[in-house]
Design a protein around this ligand. Structure first.
Ligand code: KG4
Ligand code: ZN
Length: 334
Protein backbone atom coordinates (compact mmCIF):
# COMPACT_ATOMS: atom_id res chain seq x y z
CA UNK A 1 0.00 0.00 0.00
CA UNK A 2 1.41 3.40 -1.01
CA UNK A 3 -1.37 5.76 0.04
CA UNK A 4 -1.45 9.36 -1.13
CA UNK A 5 -3.37 11.44 1.40
CA UNK A 6 -4.53 15.02 1.88
CA UNK A 7 -4.66 16.16 5.53
CA UNK A 8 -6.26 19.26 7.01
CA UNK A 9 -5.54 20.90 10.38
CA UNK A 10 -7.83 23.64 11.75
CA UNK A 11 -7.96 23.10 15.53
CA UNK A 12 -6.81 26.55 16.63
CA UNK A 13 -5.22 29.49 14.81
CA UNK A 14 -3.30 27.84 11.96
CA UNK A 15 -5.05 26.72 8.79
CA UNK A 16 -2.88 24.00 7.34
CA UNK A 17 -2.96 21.35 4.61
CA UNK A 18 -0.43 18.66 3.74
CA UNK A 19 -0.02 15.94 1.13
CA UNK A 20 1.76 12.74 2.10
CA UNK A 21 2.66 9.84 -0.19
CA UNK A 22 3.74 6.50 1.24
CA UNK A 23 4.73 8.22 4.52
CA UNK A 24 6.79 10.96 2.79
CA UNK A 25 5.54 14.51 3.33
CA UNK A 26 5.33 16.20 -0.09
CA UNK A 27 3.91 19.52 1.13
CA UNK A 28 2.95 21.25 4.35
CA UNK A 29 1.29 24.66 3.91
CA UNK A 30 0.59 26.63 7.11
CA UNK A 31 -1.36 29.92 7.19
CA UNK A 32 -0.93 31.49 10.63
CA UNK A 33 -3.79 33.82 11.55
CA UNK A 34 -2.23 37.17 12.42
CA UNK A 35 -5.59 38.70 13.38
CA UNK A 36 -5.35 37.43 16.98
CA UNK A 37 -2.23 39.49 17.76
CA UNK A 38 -4.27 42.66 18.30
CA UNK A 39 -6.45 40.88 20.90
CA UNK A 40 -3.60 39.35 22.92
CA UNK A 41 -4.91 35.80 22.41
CA UNK A 42 -6.89 33.55 20.06
CA UNK A 43 -10.50 34.76 19.53
CA UNK A 44 -12.44 31.56 18.64
CA UNK A 45 -15.03 33.28 16.42
CA UNK A 46 -12.34 35.06 14.41
CA UNK A 47 -10.33 31.84 14.13
CA UNK A 48 -13.32 30.06 12.51
CA UNK A 49 -13.83 32.89 10.01
CA UNK A 50 -10.13 33.01 9.11
CA UNK A 51 -10.18 29.21 8.55
CA UNK A 52 -13.13 29.70 6.17
CA UNK A 53 -11.15 32.29 4.23
CA UNK A 54 -7.89 30.32 4.18
CA UNK A 55 -8.97 26.73 3.67
CA UNK A 56 -9.42 26.61 -0.13
CA UNK A 57 -6.20 28.51 -1.00
CA UNK A 58 -4.21 26.49 1.56
CA UNK A 59 -5.47 23.14 0.20
CA UNK A 60 -4.85 24.25 -3.41
CA UNK A 61 -1.29 25.25 -2.55
CA UNK A 62 -0.65 21.95 -0.74
CA UNK A 63 -1.77 19.94 -3.80
CA UNK A 64 0.15 22.19 -6.18
CA UNK A 65 3.38 22.11 -4.19
CA UNK A 66 3.15 18.30 -3.91
CA UNK A 67 2.43 18.11 -7.66
CA UNK A 68 -0.49 15.80 -6.89
CA UNK A 69 -3.85 15.91 -8.71
CA UNK A 70 -7.08 15.37 -6.74
CA UNK A 71 -7.60 12.18 -8.76
CA UNK A 72 -4.39 10.72 -7.29
CA UNK A 73 -5.62 10.94 -3.68
CA UNK A 74 -6.57 7.80 -1.76
CA UNK A 75 -8.16 9.44 1.31
CA UNK A 76 -8.79 12.75 3.08
CA UNK A 77 -7.88 13.32 6.74
CA UNK A 78 -8.88 16.05 9.18
CA UNK A 79 -8.31 16.98 12.83
CA UNK A 80 -11.30 15.77 14.85
CA UNK A 81 -10.09 17.34 18.13
CA UNK A 82 -9.12 18.48 20.66
CA UNK A 83 -9.43 22.13 19.71
CA UNK A 84 -11.87 25.00 19.28
CA UNK A 85 -15.27 23.73 18.12
CA UNK A 86 -15.93 26.39 15.48
CA UNK A 87 -12.40 26.07 14.12
CA UNK A 88 -12.59 22.25 13.97
CA UNK A 89 -15.97 22.43 12.19
CA UNK A 90 -14.39 24.25 9.25
CA UNK A 91 -11.74 21.57 8.64
CA UNK A 92 -14.19 18.73 9.27
CA UNK A 93 -16.89 20.09 6.94
CA UNK A 94 -14.38 20.90 4.25
CA UNK A 95 -12.78 17.44 4.43
CA UNK A 96 -16.17 15.72 4.28
CA UNK A 97 -17.36 17.69 1.26
CA UNK A 98 -14.03 17.20 -0.50
CA UNK A 99 -14.10 13.44 0.18
CA UNK A 100 -17.74 13.16 -0.85
CA UNK A 101 -17.07 15.01 -4.12
CA UNK A 102 -14.19 12.70 -4.98
CA UNK A 103 -15.72 9.55 -3.49
CA UNK A 104 -12.77 9.09 -1.13
CA UNK A 105 -12.64 7.58 2.37
CA UNK A 106 -12.29 9.89 5.37
CA UNK A 107 -9.83 9.63 8.27
CA UNK A 108 -10.36 11.49 11.57
CA UNK A 109 -7.18 12.30 13.49
CA UNK A 110 -6.55 13.07 17.15
CA UNK A 111 -4.51 16.30 17.26
CA UNK A 112 -2.45 15.25 20.32
CA UNK A 113 -1.57 11.85 18.83
CA UNK A 114 -0.55 13.69 15.67
CA UNK A 115 1.83 15.98 17.61
CA UNK A 116 3.58 12.81 18.82
CA UNK A 117 3.56 11.16 15.37
CA UNK A 118 5.35 14.22 13.94
CA UNK A 119 8.43 12.29 15.11
CA UNK A 120 7.90 9.84 12.25
CA UNK A 121 8.17 12.48 9.51
CA UNK A 122 11.98 12.69 9.57
CA UNK A 123 14.86 10.57 10.92
CA UNK A 124 15.89 9.71 13.58
CA UNK A 125 12.62 8.08 14.65
CA UNK A 126 12.05 6.98 18.26
CA UNK A 127 11.93 3.27 19.08
CA UNK A 128 8.89 1.78 20.85
CA UNK A 129 8.05 2.00 23.65
CA UNK A 130 8.98 5.65 24.20
CA UNK A 131 7.83 8.46 26.47
CA UNK A 132 6.63 11.70 24.95
CA UNK A 133 6.30 14.96 26.84
CA UNK A 134 3.55 16.68 24.83
CA UNK A 135 3.55 20.38 25.59
CA UNK A 136 1.27 22.85 23.81
CA UNK A 137 -1.04 25.80 24.37
CA UNK A 138 -3.86 23.52 25.47
CA UNK A 139 -2.15 20.39 26.84
CA UNK A 140 0.70 19.14 29.01
CA UNK A 141 0.97 15.37 29.04
CA UNK A 142 3.43 12.54 29.61
CA UNK A 143 2.40 9.83 27.15
CA UNK A 144 3.57 6.23 26.97
CA UNK A 145 3.75 5.43 23.25
CA UNK A 146 3.63 1.65 22.65
CA UNK A 147 3.13 1.83 18.89
CA UNK A 148 2.02 4.39 16.29
CA UNK A 149 -1.61 4.05 17.33
CA UNK A 150 -1.36 2.72 20.90
CA UNK A 151 -0.77 5.54 23.37
CA UNK A 152 -1.56 6.02 27.06
CA UNK A 153 -1.56 9.32 28.97
CA UNK A 154 0.35 8.70 32.22
CA UNK A 155 0.09 12.21 33.60
CA UNK A 156 -1.23 15.62 32.63
CA UNK A 157 -1.90 19.11 33.85
CA UNK A 158 -4.68 19.50 36.36
CA UNK A 159 -5.25 23.16 35.38
CA UNK A 160 -3.35 25.36 32.87
CA UNK A 161 -1.19 23.96 30.08
CA UNK A 162 2.50 24.90 30.12
CA UNK A 163 2.09 26.86 26.85
CA UNK A 164 -0.65 28.85 28.57
CA UNK A 165 1.71 29.48 31.50
CA UNK A 166 4.33 30.82 29.06
CA UNK A 167 1.77 33.02 27.27
CA UNK A 168 0.12 34.34 30.44
CA UNK A 169 3.47 35.05 32.13
CA UNK A 170 4.55 36.96 29.02
CA UNK A 171 1.30 38.95 29.12
CA UNK A 172 1.89 39.84 32.79
CA UNK A 173 5.30 41.20 31.75
CA UNK A 174 3.65 43.31 29.04
CA UNK A 175 4.97 41.23 26.12
CA UNK A 176 2.86 40.94 22.94
CA UNK A 177 0.99 37.75 21.92
CA UNK A 178 2.08 35.04 21.29
CA UNK A 179 4.18 35.44 24.40
CA UNK A 180 5.88 32.02 24.56
CA UNK A 181 8.38 32.55 21.71
CA UNK A 182 9.10 36.14 22.89
CA UNK A 183 9.75 35.02 26.47
CA UNK A 184 12.07 32.33 25.09
CA UNK A 185 14.05 34.93 23.11
CA UNK A 186 14.42 37.30 26.08
CA UNK A 187 15.36 34.44 28.42
CA UNK A 188 18.37 33.55 26.25
CA UNK A 189 20.47 36.40 27.70
CA UNK A 190 19.04 36.32 31.25
CA UNK A 191 20.13 34.67 34.50
CA UNK A 192 17.75 31.76 35.27
CA UNK A 193 18.76 31.74 38.96
CA UNK A 194 18.21 35.46 39.57
CA UNK A 195 14.59 35.19 40.78
CA UNK A 196 13.42 31.92 42.36
CA UNK A 197 9.79 30.90 41.75
CA UNK A 198 8.20 27.89 43.46
CA UNK A 199 8.11 24.54 41.64
CA UNK A 200 4.71 22.91 42.20
CA UNK A 201 4.92 19.17 42.81
CA UNK A 202 1.72 17.22 42.13
CA UNK A 203 1.07 13.54 42.83
CA UNK A 204 2.31 10.95 40.32
CA UNK A 205 3.01 12.30 36.85
CA UNK A 206 0.52 15.19 36.97
CA UNK A 207 1.34 18.88 36.67
CA UNK A 208 -0.11 22.18 37.87
CA UNK A 209 0.76 25.54 36.31
CA UNK A 210 -1.88 27.91 37.65
CA UNK A 211 0.05 28.63 40.89
CA UNK A 212 3.15 29.76 39.01
CA UNK A 213 1.07 32.38 37.22
CA UNK A 214 -0.20 33.75 40.56
CA UNK A 215 3.29 33.83 42.07
CA UNK A 216 4.58 35.77 39.04
CA UNK A 217 1.68 38.21 39.35
CA UNK A 218 2.44 38.79 43.07
CA UNK A 219 6.17 39.05 42.33
CA UNK A 220 5.62 41.71 39.64
CA UNK A 221 3.20 43.71 41.84
CA UNK A 222 5.46 43.65 44.89
CA UNK A 223 8.65 44.61 43.08
CA UNK A 224 7.01 47.21 40.85
CA UNK A 225 5.73 48.99 43.97
CA UNK A 226 9.33 49.36 45.19
CA UNK A 227 10.93 50.07 41.79
CA UNK A 228 8.69 51.63 39.11
CA UNK A 229 10.53 50.18 36.09
CA UNK A 230 11.36 46.88 37.80
CA UNK A 231 10.06 44.64 34.97
CA UNK A 232 11.80 46.65 32.24
CA UNK A 233 15.05 46.83 34.20
CA UNK A 234 15.21 43.07 34.84
CA UNK A 235 13.22 41.70 31.89
CA UNK A 236 15.79 39.16 30.66
CA UNK A 237 16.47 37.76 34.14
CA UNK A 238 12.73 37.53 34.92
CA UNK A 239 12.05 35.69 31.64
CA UNK A 240 14.99 33.32 32.19
CA UNK A 241 13.83 32.61 35.78
CA UNK A 242 10.22 31.91 34.70
CA UNK A 243 11.36 29.69 31.83
CA UNK A 244 13.73 27.78 34.12
CA UNK A 245 10.91 27.16 36.63
CA UNK A 246 8.50 25.90 33.95
CA UNK A 247 11.14 23.61 32.44
CA UNK A 248 12.16 22.20 35.84
CA UNK A 249 8.50 21.46 36.61
CA UNK A 250 8.24 19.47 33.37
CA UNK A 251 11.59 17.69 33.71
CA UNK A 252 10.96 16.53 37.27
CA UNK A 253 7.99 14.41 36.16
CA UNK A 254 9.64 13.27 32.95
CA UNK A 255 12.65 11.98 34.92
CA UNK A 256 10.31 10.24 37.38
CA UNK A 257 8.33 8.53 34.60
CA UNK A 258 11.48 7.48 32.72
CA UNK A 259 12.96 6.03 35.91
CA UNK A 260 9.84 4.22 37.09
CA UNK A 261 9.08 2.74 33.67
CA UNK A 262 12.73 2.03 32.83
CA UNK A 263 12.43 3.81 29.47
CA UNK A 264 15.34 5.72 27.92
CA UNK A 265 13.71 6.68 24.59
CA UNK A 266 12.39 10.17 25.31
CA UNK A 267 10.64 12.61 22.94
CA UNK A 268 9.07 16.05 23.22
CA UNK A 269 6.27 17.35 21.01
CA UNK A 270 3.85 20.27 20.64
CA UNK A 271 4.31 24.04 20.38
CA UNK A 272 6.41 24.40 23.54
CA UNK A 273 8.92 21.87 22.21
CA UNK A 274 10.13 24.80 20.07
CA UNK A 275 11.41 26.39 23.30
CA UNK A 276 15.20 26.69 23.15
CA UNK A 277 15.59 26.22 26.92
CA UNK A 278 13.55 23.00 26.91
CA UNK A 279 15.45 21.67 23.87
CA UNK A 280 18.83 22.39 25.52
CA UNK A 281 17.72 20.93 28.87
CA UNK A 282 16.56 17.72 27.18
CA UNK A 283 19.98 17.35 25.53
CA UNK A 284 21.66 17.86 28.93
CA UNK A 285 19.44 15.22 30.52
CA UNK A 286 20.23 12.85 27.65
CA UNK A 287 23.88 12.98 28.71
CA UNK A 288 23.10 12.76 32.41
CA UNK A 289 20.57 9.89 32.27
CA UNK A 290 21.78 8.02 29.17
CA UNK A 291 18.57 8.87 27.27
CA UNK A 292 18.10 8.86 23.50
CA UNK A 293 16.19 12.08 22.95
CA UNK A 294 13.99 13.10 20.01
CA UNK A 295 13.25 16.77 19.35
CA UNK A 296 11.03 17.74 16.38
CA UNK A 297 12.19 20.14 13.67
CA UNK A 298 10.80 23.64 14.40
CA UNK A 299 8.25 23.44 11.56
CA UNK A 300 6.67 20.35 13.17
CA UNK A 301 6.53 21.69 16.77
CA UNK A 302 3.64 24.14 16.41
CA UNK A 303 0.39 23.19 14.67
CA UNK A 304 0.79 21.86 11.13
CA UNK A 305 -1.03 19.44 8.82
CA UNK A 306 2.07 17.30 8.10
CA UNK A 307 1.66 15.71 11.53
CA UNK A 308 -2.04 15.08 10.81
CA UNK A 309 -0.98 13.48 7.51
CA UNK A 310 1.57 11.27 9.28
CA UNK A 311 -1.08 10.05 11.75
CA UNK A 312 -3.50 9.52 8.84
CA UNK A 313 -0.87 7.43 7.05
CA UNK A 314 -0.72 4.93 9.94
CA UNK A 315 -4.50 4.97 10.33
CA UNK A 316 -4.90 4.28 6.60
CA UNK A 317 -2.56 1.28 6.87
CA UNK A 318 -4.59 0.05 9.87
CA UNK A 319 -7.88 0.51 7.96
CA UNK A 320 -9.06 3.09 10.51
CA UNK A 321 -11.60 5.12 8.50
CA UNK A 322 -14.58 7.18 9.63
CA UNK A 323 -17.98 7.93 8.10
CA UNK A 324 -19.75 10.90 6.56
CA UNK A 325 -21.43 11.32 9.97
CA UNK A 326 -18.12 12.16 11.70
CA UNK A 327 -18.21 15.33 13.81
CA UNK A 328 -15.56 17.29 15.71
CA UNK A 329 -14.88 16.61 19.37
CA UNK A 330 -13.31 19.65 21.10
CA UNK A 331 -12.35 17.58 24.17
CA UNK A 332 -11.11 14.45 22.43
CA UNK A 333 -8.70 12.44 24.64
CA UNK A 334 -5.58 10.59 23.50
O1 KG4 B 1 0.97 23.06 19.57
P1 KG4 B 1 0.61 24.49 19.42
O2 KG4 B 1 1.02 25.21 18.17
O3 KG4 B 1 -0.92 24.70 19.57
C1 KG4 B 1 -1.71 23.99 20.45
O4 KG4 B 1 -2.07 22.82 20.11
O5 KG4 B 1 -1.95 24.54 21.55
O6 KG4 B 1 1.24 25.22 20.71
C2 KG4 B 1 1.12 26.61 20.89
C3 KG4 B 1 1.82 26.99 22.19
C4 KG4 B 1 1.58 28.45 22.59
O7 KG4 B 1 1.26 28.50 23.97
C5 KG4 B 1 2.94 29.09 22.30
O8 KG4 B 1 3.22 30.21 23.11
C6 KG4 B 1 3.88 27.95 22.64
O9 KG4 B 1 3.24 26.83 22.08
N1 KG4 B 1 5.22 28.15 22.07
C7 KG4 B 1 6.31 28.38 22.82
C8 KG4 B 1 7.39 28.57 21.91
N2 KG4 B 1 6.90 28.45 20.63
C9 KG4 B 1 5.56 28.20 20.76
N3 KG4 B 1 6.47 28.44 24.16
C10 KG4 B 1 7.71 28.68 24.62
N4 KG4 B 1 8.80 28.88 23.82
C11 KG4 B 1 8.68 28.83 22.47
N5 KG4 B 1 9.74 29.02 21.69
ZN1 ZN C 1 -1.22 21.64 18.77
Amino acid sequence: MNPTLLAIESSCDETSASVIQNGQVLSNIVATQAIHEQYGGVVPELASRAHQQNIIPVVSQALQKANIAKSQLDAVAFTRGPGLLGALLVGCSFAKSFALGLNLPLIEVNHMQAHILAHFIDDPKPNFPFLCLTVSGGHTQIVLVRSHLDMEVLGQTTDDAVGEAFDKSAKLLGLPYPGGPMLDKLAATGDPNRFPFPIVNMDGYDFSFSGIKTSILNFVKKNSAAEADFVQNHLNDICASIQWTLIQTLMKKLVLAAKELGIKEIAIAGGVSANSGLRATLQEYAQKHGWNVYIPAFEYCTDNAAMIAMAAHYQYLAGDFTTQYASPDPRLKV
